[in-house]
Design a protein around this ligand. Structure first.
Ligand code: ATP
Length: 774
């Protein structure tokens, strides 16, 4: 996420009354949005109101529109559903209902409304804004309001936040709730896959999405499903034969399981519904497979929000308040979106119209157009799924003379998503006719020798070898921290000996260093004049050239689980603060984003360091919080300290200082999750991004085919980092990144995109007094 966000831009705001509501279907993360809006509004000197039960509460008014204080939203971030309620409201669809809603708002002095909901809710909100002046005029005319009451409220500010598990809104890559729902689905399919494996069964799993196949597509990618049905891309006319052929082929190769994902809205080219039962019958009758149907239903909606949804809702909620304060009467209502890694504002009306166009386009059978109307990632992910899901794709195969031997190596510590990326790269290679070669156990495995004889742990991989890897944590081909510079001559020799034409390096800062060394060694070792890509994978997210490394999302989810559990353990004693040590090396990314996602009281990072003044101030805040708390707070307080934030103020020392200063009024405990942060299984985001990065990396390596070694070495893109930068996925040349963007001493990027979020953590935790929030 980019720091270009005007979160803390100076505001010339007059004291405003800002209301927030949740509407339409509930989605995990909605509470995080409410918390962020309420606290950001208060921090900026405004009054915050919550409208309970969606538009129903707006129309009914009275107690349904409640002034909300800072402490009222404590503990909201971790809760699923929506704590302020939601409803479908027929009255708001009618002008008389909106008339009552306008009156209720004016009576409380509110003229800014932040709505978190789906496209229906946002359509209603925009209509309300358009009608606002005429509604007020009618209310004055009917003497339900006086002209004085409406003075200064001539415009209604509307800001949209998209809360929906379906991820069906155009103009944003992710809606609040969609990743939590994907977590639920992947957990379920992982469980189903275990039983399918045991009995060699087939499972047809129905997932939500009447008009949008995002959940189905992403769960199919995350779980390595054999076949997929989504509304935007109906299968070919002879799909029954096609599906049976693919599944038969997979079984022949030795695959023991079959998973087919069917979106609720799956249909054929004639818009006839394809039901899970249709698919089951086919698999049972045509292929004789023991096939079961599982309909996941409402479990997909519930549960605690995942780390990403907590972060997204917090960033978007805070930006929504800024959007209100920066709006002029001419500004069109915005919807707060995210494109790749960047929070942006888009015109709400346009986003809603585009979204509604998708359904119309599908109804007109313009499927290709429908696919491209979805977010920027959707069509690309669909292609990645197709390429990596099936072993037999004759139309993808390259001619014999264009095929390469592609080396794949893992370097550094394991990170969630490494295996998914490797599986995708291997599947891509197999599909294209390349030979994927695993260089086991990092560079030390590659250069193993017996006397003069190379004994490298090097082996060609087959599609079947890695068919189950997507959901696995750790590193299936082994990893270690050895760098090529330990024995560059042998590394170069082995590259030639094993006939490696292109190299994919998966890993964190060590992997980045390895690629830098290999690039520089080309001058003396011509065998290294081959194309190479680093695919960043590290929990620390400290690889220059990308704002996102595989494994960092898994880590944040593990950390949040750990902290939620610690907090809960404090619920009986309540007055407890946990000082929790996070990984991250010299980068405070993990600590800061985890702090944002869980509402930590304070975050200590290596970038900022720790000093006694800071501790003093934070202990004062703790005293104040615990003095005020009459037992209403749901749980303990969290302070996150990055492992390298200070040599002096260790986690233990900080806890001891707090304990001593608390003088019995509250207690302090230490929590060190350590390797727990690598996560057991990779999160869905790390899996799907692993697949996308893996495919893209291979496509990049292919572009060098046919070039001479010198031509390759002369092209700066022949050693590149794949990564997300702002709103784009791109490759960046190593040569530039290592020279201009790398802080080698601290093993992190020189400019860390997330640094600005630290202020937001402090603002929303109350650590930063309102007088300092601009
Ligand atoms: P989901 O994606 O979960 O369905 P949604 O926001 O699209 O969420 P809807 O039921 O379509 O859910 O809308 C929620 C509420 O928004 C409706 O009950 C109604 O009160 C209001 N609303 C929807 N469409 C309109 C409209 N065209 N005019 C006025 N109000 C509307």
């Amino acid at each position: 996420m980019s720091t270009e966000l005007p979160f803390l831009a100076p505001s010339e705001a007059k004291k405003r009354k800002i209301a927030v509501m949740t509407s339409g279907g509930d989605a995990p993360g909605m509470n995080g949005a409410v918390r962020a809006v309420v606290r950001m509004a208060i921090a900026k000197g405004c009054d915050a109101f919550c409208i309970h039960e969606g538009y129903d509460g707006l129309v009914k008014g009275g107690d349904m529109i409640k002034k909300t204080e800072w402490d009222d939203v404590r503990g909201y971030l971790a809760e699923g559903g929506t704590l302020i309620g939601t409803a479908r409201c027929a009255a708001f669809r009618e002008r008389w209902g909106r008339l009552k809603a306008a009156k209720n708002l004016i009576e409380k002095g509110i003229d800014a409304l932040i709505v978190c909901g789906g496209d229906g809710s946002l359509t209603g909100a925009d209509l309300f804004r358009k009608e606002w002046p005429s509604l007020l005029a009618e209310l004055v005319e009917k003497k339900e309001l006086t002209a004085e009451q409406t003075e200064g409220h001539g415009n209604l500010n509307i800001v949209g936040l998209v809360g929906s598990i379906d991820n069906d809104m155009c103009s944003t890559d992710a809606t609040i709730g969609c990743y939590s729902s994907l977590h639920r689905i992947c957990d379920s399919v992982d469980c189903i896959a275990d039983t399918a494996q045991s009995h060699q069964r087939a499972f047809v799993v129905e997932v939500m999405g009447r008009h949008c196949g995002w959940l189905a597509l992403m769960s199919a990618i995350s779980t390595g499903a054999d076949f997929l049905f989504i509304p935007e891309v109906p299968p070919a006319r002879d799909w029954k034969k096609g599906m049976c052929n693919i599944i038969t082929e997979h079984r022949k190769m030795g695959k023991r399981t079959t998973i087919v994902i069917v979106a609720e809205g799956a249909q054929d080219l004639d818009l006839k519904k394809i039901s899970p039962e249709d698919v089951r019958k086919l698999l049972a009758e045509e292929l004789g497979l023991d096939t079961r149907v599982t309909t996941l239903g409402h479990v997909q909606r519930g549960g605690q929000p995942c780390a990403y949804d907590r972060m997204l809702s917090t960033l978007q909620g805070a930006d929504a308040v800024n959007a209100v304060l920066e709006a002029t009467p001419e500004t069109p209502s915005p919807v707060i979106s995210i494109i790749e890694n960047k929070i942006v504002r888009n015109p709400l009306v346009q986003a809603v119209q585009l979204t509604q166009q998708v359904a119309d386009t599908i109804a007109r059978k313009e499927f290709d157009k429908a696919l491209h109307l979805r977010d920027s990632e959707f069509a690309e992910y669909f292609k990645s799924y197709l390429i990596t899901s099936s072993v037999d794709q004759p139309d993808l195969k390259l001619p014999e003379d264009k095929r390469m031997r592609v080396g794949i190596i893992h370097v550094g510590a394991p990170a969630g998503g490494m295996n998914a990326a490797t599986r995708a790269a291997v599947s891509y290679c197999v599909g294209r006719g390349h030979t994927p070669v695993a260089l086991y156990n990092g560079f030390s495995g590659l250069i193993r020798h017996h006397g003069d004889k190379p004994l490298g742990a090097v082996r060609e991989l087959t599609w079947l070898d890695c068919v189950q890897w997507t959901s696995r944590g750790g590193s299936e081909i082994g990893t270690n921290r050895t760098l090529p510079s330990d024995n560059m001559d042998t590394v170069a020799y082995c590259m030639e000996h094993y006939k490696i034409d292109a190299l994919l390096i998966v890993g964190g800062f060590e992997a980045f260093t390895a690629l830098s060394e290999l690039r520089q060694a080309r001058a003396t070792h011509p065998q290294l004049k081959i194309p190479m890509v680093i695919l960043p994978a590290t929990v620390s997210n400290n690889v220059p050239g990308t704002e996102y490394s595989l494994g960092s999302d898994t880590c944040l989810n593990a950390l949040i689980e750990f902290c939620d559990t610690c907090r809960q353990s404090a619920s009986s004693s309540r007055r407890r603060v946990f000082v929790i040590e996070t990984q991250g090396g010299e980068s405070g990314y993990v600590a800061t984003i985890a702090g944002l996602s869980m509402g930590a009281m304070a975050v200590y990072t290596p970038e900022e360091g720790i000093n006694i003044k800071m501790l003093d101030r934070d202990i004062d805040s703790l005293r104040a919080v615990f003095a005020k708390d009459k037992g209403q707070s749901r749980a303990g307080k969290i302070i996150l300290r990055n492992e390298k934030a200070s040599d002096t103020y260790t986690t233990e020392v900080i806890a001891n200082i707090i304990r001593a200063e608390a003088k019995g009024r509250f207690e302090a405990r230490v929590g060190i999750p350590g390797h727990f942060q690598q996560g057991k299984q990779p999160s869905p985001m790390d899996r799907i991004r692993g697949v996308r990065f893996g495919v893209k990396s291979l496509q990049h390596l292919e572009t060098f085919f046919g070039k001479t070694p010198d031509e390759i070495a002369a092209d700066p893109m022949s050693t590149a980092v794949i990564g997300i930068r702002g709103a784009r996925l791109k490759f960046s040349p190593m040569e530039t990144i290592e020279r201009t963007e790398t802080d080698w001493k601290h093993r992190r990027p020189k400019d860390e995109f997330w640094l600005g979020f630290k202020d937001l953590v402090d603002t929303l935790s109350g650590r930063r007094p309102p007088s300092e929030v601009h």
